[in-house]
Design a protein around this ligand. Sequence first.
Ligand code: XIL
Length: 445
Amino acid sequence: MALFKNIIGLIFLLLMQVSCSSDDNATPSLSAPLALNPSDITQNSFVANWAGVKDAQSYVLDVSSDIDFTSFVEGYQALSVNGIYTVVDNLSPSTSYYYRVRAVNGTAESSNSMVISLTTEIPDGSVLKELTQDFFIGTIVQSNRMTGMHHEVINREFSSITAEYEMKMNIMYPSEGVYDWTASDAIVNYAVENKLNIHGHALVWHNATPNWVENFSGTDAEFETMLEEYVKTVVTRYKGKITSWDVVNEAFNDGSGTYRNSVFYQRMGASFISKCFQWAREADPDVLLFYNDYNMCSDQTKRDAVFSMVDDLISNSVAIDGVGYQMHIAYNWPAKKDIQDATQDILDRNLKVHYAELDIRANPNNDQSTLTDARSLELKTKYKEIAELYTALPTVNKYALTIWGLKDNESWLLDFHGHIDWPLLYNNNFEEKDAYYGVLEGLVK
Ligand code: XIL
């Protein structure tokens, strides 16, 4: 009995099929295929996939290098395919492509599927600096970390360097009237010899102020004269060699956005910022001048305070070329949207954006004792997101994406937070981590 029912059912279904297909032209409701993710992505090809549509006799595939389908890949504009996948080849490496597909039955054609996007594989042996044609990709140096593997990796992958701590006031100007250029000269000369861009960091920072300045014995007017002489001396010394300076670093308090009560603020009031910018500009008319700070994507009050200061500089015709966002972030914080919104504040003023000091904590809650595969991939995703966001900025607003260190065990964060983490692109043996490939992938998007 069951068998008999099944046979009847089958005959019924077959009849339905025949009647439906004979009727198709009268039924223009051929549904759009569900486009599926591509498979077998290589440097030059991929397989486009989609789910079959009832009543479709064939499919039509479009592949384009833009999301609006205005520049079709040759041979892939309305390509007829008799199946639910096809190989798309003769493509360029590290390039984004988009595909969509329609179902066809006789003269009836469905609407387009959703658009699927993908990026072809990055060629083996790709390096970061080859993928950053309109901005610098930077790392940090110490004067005693510029040989061996450090030298090799810096020069293979990066196009820019920043001194991690040796171009700060406490090192360059250790006692009144006595400059010490040993380390800063070595770093600047290294950049020049290796044709690396160099970003100066940082002229004025409350956390790297020499004791004699903290305890300055003279009057406020003498303090100001001393600071002017320092800013002009340093900027003049490296004029023509250094592309950019962080003139003032971290002048605002977290949360409240009030001025940080540094010795500079105490002695000169808020005007120390505009004066330092002016002095730097007088010393070098061509060097790019940045204001640099942290938590800029997560602390709206602080950010508003920074931009109100920046707007004052602009409206008083004080030279400022860009704003650096120290990207000391975590794999899960801040959200992409917050980073985009914060970056828009720089774009709105048509200034240059420096994603400075990028390191991404993989262990912000100190609940991991090793970097697990899962967390390593989360870290990669966040690195990729940052690289993608930076790459997508208008060329005129780009300057540099600077990563704050090479190897995990050299990261300042280990001391700063006092626990283990893996925030950088290389492990302790200088091997490329997933995070490295995240940046590489983000740069080609
Ligand atoms: C840190 C360096 O990484 C350390 O080596 C140094 O001891 C202290 O400064 N914000 C900045 C950077 O602007 O200069 C800091 O660098 C990290 C926080």
